[in-house]
Write a protein that binds this ligand. Sequence first.
Ligand code: NAP
Length: 309
Amino acid sequence: MENVIIIGTGCAGYTAAIYTARANLTPLMLSGTQPGGQLTTTTEVENFPGYPDGIMGPDLMMNMQQQAEKFGARITFASVETVEHREDGTFLVKAGSESYEAKTVIVATGAAPRHLGLEGEQKLIGHGLTSCATCDGAFYRDVPVCVIGGGDSACEEAGFLTRFASKVYLIHRRDTLRASKIMADRTLANPKIEPVWNATVSQYLTDDEGEMRAVMLKDTVDGSERELEVKCVFVAIGHVPNSAFLGDLVDKDENGYIIQRPGRTATKTPGLFAAGDVADHFYRQAITAAGQGCAAALEAERHLSEHEG
Ligand code: NAP
């Protein structure tokens, strides 16, 4: 029986691991399908305290992993399917054919990029459809691409893509950006970015090889449709928290974010804690996720000492 299982290996998960490992709880981390979490898909992180010259996202996550392992955290690659809360207050965590028992569980599974839900979408991922400009932008040099969305992420992605693409269309369903003013102003001032207002993508159009060729744009005002030729579509319409596998062990808001006890990381199930982007749609920062990971570790530690016979 594990003292604590940490599900997820992003900033929240690793910080929870460092704290619980230093408390001699020898945490078991289950990595999920994206070990290292969202920061592994970014380039330079300039706002994580302690790195005055910035640090590459993957390097930051590697450092966190080393720090957690140094104190005794164990990491297993596993994608958790269910968590069961048993009558004796312990948990059974199932991942494929493996199952793990634990006295406490910290959920730090983060959030995944949202997609539009159009036909053929899954097959197109990696063939001209992506959510990560820093991962895939460099593949699309001197060709037109588009970004869907009007928030800070869309603006950030669009700006980054201008380094490679011949043209970046920014497709937004309204005629004003949701992004912060500084990001919006910078985006609209960039001569390589062309906003396409009041438009949604109703269809992805492919060539004979199954690669993205164009999108079908639908005008949100008059309903008219037209094709726009792009070689890659970068979707930046927000995220979906990875909380579905918890069923009703936790309360969730209308978007699936786990509801924590006010000011805490505890959930409605005793011994089950949530930290980072799976529970936070407001700050969504590496450092706030790390802070919640620390809080969840301290709460799990306290739970264990209160329940240890
Ligand atoms: P967001 O702020 O929620 O923006 C999502 C955008 O996608 C909105 O413009 C929304 O349109 C659009 N959208 C949503 N669903 C759509 C759909 N089905 N079809 C078409 N468009 C759709 O998400 P985000 O940009 O990922 O940012 C999330 C948080 O992270 C924010 O708090 C943001 O400030 C922060 N962030 C900060 C930075 C930075 O400071 N450098 C960078 C990235 C993110 P509507 O506007 O019409 O709703």
